[in-house]
Design a protein around this ligand. Sequence first.
Ligand code: AP5
Length: 209
Amino acid sequence: MKLIFLGPPGAGKGTLAAGAVDILKVPHVSTGNIFRGAIAARSELGLRVKSILDSGKLVDDETTVALVRERLAGDDASGGYILDGFPRTIPQAEALAGFSAVDRVVNFDIPDEAVLERLGGRRTCKNCGALFHVLFGKPRREGFCDSCGGELFIRDDDREEAVAERLEVYRKQTAPLIGYYRKKGLLLDVDARPGAEIVLENFRKVLGI
Ligand code: AP5
């Protein structure tokens, strides 16, 4: 199954994807993770996009589309994928339609207050990228990942100013994709407000799996 996860920053896309890949047996393709990986590796791409991510703005469409196109050409994505954080603009969606036909677009329905609470307490593993939260998903040992023991950190773009910018960018450039995909009959709304396990159940229900 070829899915897009669409929703504001901090809606829980990465968290749900971690559970959904086990059910669907498809890779989780997160453009945010790809960019953060490039930054950590100090590659040419990473050096170019670091200040853009830190500010909460979007990387240009051409760079992002080329990355996703290359990633989806991988053998592991031939039977399906979960695209998390892509497309984020109408031009990205149009470009994607030119090289892959998605089956469904899962829209995370969540108010801004919940998003702010989730981003404010997010902790991410430096090593494997696993996600935790100071209130809603505490690690067993404070400051360290349950899966690999790696150190947990706060993302630079989870600072207050960057979060405000990301929400603004979401409203202006990404939210129009809700109507775009609804018109195509591909959109499924998932109530993303409850705890992670219930969101996974809601996801299964809307997809009928
Ligand atoms: P990206 O990494 O995609 O960030 P995002 O869309 O802003 O999403 P987040 O990763 O912040 O949140 P999420 O929805 O995955 O929530 P999570 O599961 O972590 O992009 C980062 C940047 O890269 C962009 O700003 C841009 O610069 C660039 N970029 C990426 N894609 C691009 C594109 N296509 N074009 C151009 N630029 C691009 O959950 C958040 C927290 O809440 C966690 O702590 C988690 O434990 C907790 N939580 C999750 N679910 C629940 C729940 N149900 N109940 C309680 N707590 C929960």
